[in-house]
Unconditional design. Structure first.
Length: 107
């Protein structure tokens, strides 16, 4: 996996997580502009993540691990949520799954 692919995945995850957060704020605060803005951000995520020229199943399989990591970090540091140990353990399992998808055929 190239550094460019990692950057694309992190950028796509940031767009997806922040887009969802903006939609959430819009729904909870009855702000249609926020909902629309979040939807545009989510659409941009789809364009960015597909910039990596991999098979669709491998692309999203590996991306899910990056997305899970960014989501939990976003919740912890942006929303100041307490992340229980079980969530961190689950994250490790998801990342291991992403690594199997990425590197499994090399074994």
């Amino acid at each position: 996996m190239t550094y460019l692919a990692w950057l694309i995945f992190v950028g796509a995850a940031a767009l997806e997580v922040s887009g969802d957060a903006v939609v959430r704020m819009g729904l909870r605060g009855s702000r249609p502009f926020f909902i629309l803005t979040g939807c545009v951000m989510l659409g941009c995520y789809g364009v960015v993540v597909n910039a990596v020229k991999w098979d669709f199943s491998k692309l999203l399989g590996v991306y899910v691990a990056i997305f899970a990591l960014v989501s939990i970090l976003f919740g912890r540091f942006v929303f100041k949520e307490h992340i229980p140990a079980t969530t961190w353990i689950g994250l490790i399992i998801i990342i291991c799954g992403g690594m199997i998808i990425q590197f499994g055929n090399r074994m």
